[in-house]
Structures are given as C-alpha cells and as structure tokens.
Design a protein around this ligand. Structure first.
Ligand code: NAD
Length: 374
C-alpha cells in the first residue's frame, strides 16, 4: 500500500503533513511512502531527511498518482485532485466550512475524504485532533508576538532605578489556544485575566493563576464542547462588562470561535479606542472574520496607537513543531484505517471515521454538508 504527501500550495503554508519520524513509522508498518520534492522545506525538513527516513521523493503533484492514501495540511490543489486514484483516501484540513465549490471539487475527484477539523471531541480522538495541536501552538505564539510588539516588559522588575510594573494581559476565549496563551503570559510574569461564555472554563482559568472575568449569560457550552452563539441580550451584557475591563489592559489575545459561524465581535472599535497607546491586540480569529473589526488578515495595523496583529496561520510560524504534531495527529488517525498486516480495514461505523468522513464515491456524504447540495 502506498501513502503520498504532496507539497502544500496555499500561499504562506509552511507546514507539511508528514515528518521524517512519521515516514519512518509508516515504512515500519510496511507502507511505501512518497513525498513531493520540497514539501518539507517550510518546516526545515529536507528531501534528504525524508529519503533517509525511507521515503521516495517525487518531482511534481503526480507523486499522488498511484497512492492509496494522500495526506495534506490544506485542501489539495486541482493538480493533486486530478492525479489522485478514484477512491483513494484523503485525510487533510479540508476547511469544511470554507468555500463550497472547492469542497465539491474534492468530492467530485472521487476521493474518500476525511476532514480532520470535524474530529469529534471525545477522549479517544484527542491524539488525532489537528485543531487542538495547532491551536495550542498558536496560543503560545500569540503571546510571544504580542510581547515583541509591546514596547514594554511583561514581568514586574524591581531595580535600583525603580520598579517596572507587570503588564496586564487579557485572554478572550478560553479554548485550547486561550489556555496556552494564559499559561505563556503567566510564565512571562504578566498579570493575566480571561473570559469565556462557557462557565466550565472558570476553573481552568483559575487553576492557571489567572482571574476569570465572567458575565452571567445562559451557559453557551454545547454537548460537543464548543460554544454556541449568544442571544442579542447576552451579547449586550457581555459587551458592557468587557468594555470596562478592556480599558486597563496592555495586551489582549482574542481566540473566540463558533463552529460554522463568523467569529463573534468581542472588541468593537470604540472599545479599542479606550485602550492606552502602545497596547497590543492579537486576533487569532482573523481568518474567520475576526473578534475585532479592526484586524486585517496577515497584517499588523495601528489604530490610535494600538497595534492589532492579524497573523492568519500562527501555528505555521512554528512550522517545525506544527508539522511534527500535525503529522502525528494524522498517523494516529490512520491507525484506525490500517490493519496490522498493512492493508486497509475500515469500520465505517466508528464514531471518529463517521464524524470526519465528508466525501465518498463522488459526493459529499457528511450530513452537515451534503444537505447544502443543489
Ligand atoms: P474554539 O476554538 O471553538 O473557540 C475558542 C473559545 O472561544 C472557546 O472556549 C469558546 O467557548 C470561546 N467563545 C466562543 N464564543 C465566545 C464569546 N462570544 N465570548 C467569549 N468566548 C467565546 O474552542 P476549542 O479550543 O476548540 O475548545 C473548545 C473546548 O473543547 C475546550 O473545552 C477544549 O478543552 C475542548 N476540546 C476537547 C477535545 C477532546 O476531548 N477530544 C479536543 C479539543 C478541545
């Protein structure tokens, strides 16, 4: 059986769906592995590294031509989709909520496609969850980038020349990225506070030594562990509390997302204008519209002295780590598809496979996405 990894083609995508370690593990399982030349360059994995791990290096996107399994970080290019064998397995970040035409093109290619973003939030699936592994790195990097743009120190320092005050960091949205952002800001010595619409996060925030800022809204946690959108009344209550808190903050990291919906606006222009000049905002939700209307994808903008960072693929800025974790997520996922003898053995009823399978036999089959078909 053959597994192939094409080079990513989305501009700025530095990650790769396979690491040299993952290649070694696949080869050990008896799989043939082919990687497109240069696929690991953005993560500092050379073709020679892949070769040494046991992969063959293919020149172009047709590296996938005779593969039974194709792995990628983003949606594969049209060239890759054209080259793929009908019925080949595709496991990737397929952006199920993204542009519909591209999703249909994936289905039409005949691939048996798994959208890794749809991973169910169950304990067994944790090691396969690309959103978690990447959000964790993004949360860390958001604080590092914010501190690099902040013209002052984060920890309190008592010196002979006077005391440097600790910076105040506020984290909005306490999912995986938010928790890592809290931990990182705490390690750097900042005074950290955080907010979320899921009441369950209060304990997590406090256990990391941060203050919880919570407005009593109807708990927005869903059974799947994600948040739902707030009612208009609750949105108003939340905005009033946040507006007061924001005024005194030096750095704000926003991470609030709602699956399948535009990101909620948490920081209005008026709120940002109450912040001190020199303050910094990092908007991790920028790709989904942003938690502030002022953030711009892949730009650093300044609004009345406040710097707003809108890096889209923050995890990709730590490409070496991001690729290693992503590759491991996919390798763990493939454990469900590959039997001990190295052949495909698929239990279509498995909750994880049923939850992530988006296209099969030329059509979109996932209940949440097939319905949109014209
Ligand atoms: P996410 O990326 O979907 O959203 C980030 C955070 O924003 C969430 O905490 C959400 O509640 C919050 N948010 C949404 N709307 C908001 C608003 N209006 N104001 C403030 N905050 C708002 O979340 P995530 O990182 O994917 O994590 C969600 C939960 O799922 C977490 O509890 C996480 O631990 C859990 N999780 C479980 C598994 C698993 O069991 N396999 C895997 C990953 C995450």
């Amino acid at each position: 059986m053959k597994l192939a990894v094409p080079a990513e083609t989305v501009p700025g995508e530095s990650r790769c769906a396979v690491s040299a370690e993952a290649v070694k593990a696949y080869v050990k399982k008896g799989l043939k592995v082919a990687v497109q030349a240069g696929a690991g360059a953005g993560s500092n994995i050379s073709d020679a590294d892949y070769k040494a791990a046991g992969a063959e290096i293919g020149k172009g996107p047709d590296v996938v031509a005779d593969a039974d399994i194709v792995l990628s970080v983003r949606r594969p290019s049209t060239a890759v989709l054209k080259s793929m064998k009908k019925g080949a397995i595709l496991a990737a970040g397929l952006e199920p909520y993204g542009e519909r035409k591209g999703l249909e093109a994936i289905a039409k290619s005949g691939a048996t496609a798994f959208a890794m973003e749809l991973m169910p939030r169950i304990t067994r699936a944790q090691s396969m969850d690309i959103l978690s592994s990447q959000a964790n790195l993004a949360g860390y990097k958001a604080v590092i980038d914010a501190s690099a743009h902040f013209g002052r120190a984060l920890p309190m320092m008592m010196t002979a020349a006077g005391t440097v005050p600790a910076a105040k960091v506020f984290i909005m949205g306490v999912g995986v990225a938010g928790l890592q952002a809290i931990a990182t800001a705490r390690r750097l010595g900042a005074i950290v506070s955080a907010t979320d619409v899921r009441k369950a996060t209060e304990e997590q925030v406090k256990s990391l030594g941060a203050k919880f800022v919570y407005v009593a809204v109807a708990d927005a946690a869903t059974a799947g562990g994600y948040a739902r959108e707030l009612s208009d009344e609750d949105k108003r209550k939340q905005a009033a509390l946040i507006a007061e808190h924001v005024k005194s903050q030096d750095i704000i990291i926003t991470t609030a997302l709602i699956p399948g919906r535009p990101a909620p606006i948490l920081l209005t222009e008026a709120m940002v204008e109450t912040m001190k000049p020199g303050s910094v905002i990092v908007d991790l939700a920028v790709e989904r519209g942003g938690n502030t209307p002022l953030s711009k994808p892949d730009q650093v903008v300044t609004h009345r002295g406040v710097t707003i960072i809108g890096t889209v693929n923050l995890a990709g800025k730590l490409a070496g780590n991001a690729s290693a974790l992503y590759a491991k997520n996919l390798a763990n996922f493939l454990e469900l598809l590959i039997a001990k003898d190295g052949t495909l053995k698929i239990d279509w009823k498995d909750e994880i496979l049923a939850g992530t399978l988006i296209a099969k036999d030329g059509a979109l089959v996932h209940p949440m996405f097939a319905a949109e078909k014209e």
